[in-house]
Design a protein around this ligand. Structure first.
Ligand SMILES: Nc1ncnc2c1ncn2[C@@H]1O[C@H](COP(=O)(O)OP(=O)(O)O)[C@@H](O)[C@H]1O
Ligand SMILES: [Mg+2]
Length: 232
């Protein structure tokens, strides 16, 4: 039985970008998994890095599991003066097994008293698609295992977790859906979708949240130094 610490439960990690924080209902919530999904190039990695830097600038520790080859140059563009980069643990994940081992390692570090503020998996589904594409039940089981470790990390530390996810076109409905279906949906408590608008702008929209209305949204642009609000 875990007694809930109410002040910790309410804590959020803001991005510091006013329109995005409004769309996020104040920021990324601790103690839950937040999912950010959208097509390639929509801005998931940029936003994940900005959330990470915000946590670092508040003195926190961040684990960033990168499956897509995030650019160190891009990190420097967004964080030219971030002084606490030594608390940024960036792991290049090479396989599903590597992803699981890294999550297990973080879990063990927490048991030894090293508490992170944020764990990001960008993208969570990359290797599930690549390695388990043909076998839905093996994929669901494996995905559930990774999510269970992530949930254990959160419950052991009160940190925030962000997973990014790609989309596919559902053959029956024609709609664009995030991968992972009910397995991911069951484990994540906040969900945001980013879409590219016809010009260079993007819209982020709240799809699911425990304490904010669906449809909260913001329009932004990706710039040389990060993200800026744009007229909707
Ligand atoms: N220095 C920069 N100036 C402007 N836009 C940039 C810069 N660096 C990256 N981008 C833009 O960021 C977009 C990719 O965003 P990213 O967060 O990697 O997308 P996702 O993770 O959703 O695939 C691309 O459209 C790219 O042009
Ligand atoms: Mg990306």
């Amino acid at each position: 039985m875990n007694r809930i610490n109410l002040s910790e439960e309410l804590a959020r990690i803001p991005t510091g970008i006013s329109c995005i924080d409004s769309a996020l209902a104040g920021g990324i919530e601790r103690s839950i998994i937040t999912e950010i999904y959208g097509e390639g190039g929509s801005g998931k990695t940029n936003l994940s890095l900005i959330i990470s830097l915000s946590a670092l600038n508040s003195g926190g520790t961040v684990y960033y599991l990168d499956t897509e080859g995030v650019s160190v140059e891009r990190i420097r563009q967004i964080a030219p003066g971030a002084g606490e980069m030594k608390k940024f643990y960036l792991y290049r994940i090479k396989s599903l097994e590597d992803q699981e081992l890294t999550l297990t390692k973080i879990e063990r570090n927490i048991e030894r008293g090293q508490k992170p503020d944020l764990v990001v998996i960008d993208s969570f589904t990359e290797y599930f698609r690549l390695e388990k594409g043909g076998d839905p039940s093996a994929r669901a089981n494996s995905m559930q295992k990774h999510l269970s470790i992530l949930l254990s990390i959160i419950s052991g530390s009160g940190c925030a977790a962000v997973i990014t996810n790609q989309i596919y076109q559902d053959v029956q409905t024609g709609s664009l859906e995030p991968f992972g279906g009910y397995v991911i949906n069951h484990s994540v408590k906040a969900v945001y979708r980013i879409e590219k608008l016809p010009d260079t702008r993007r819209r982020i929209e709240l799809v699911k949240h425990r304490s904010a209305p669906e449809g909260l949204n913001a329009v932004f642009r990706i710039t040389g130094f990060g993200i800026e609000c744009a007229p909707g």
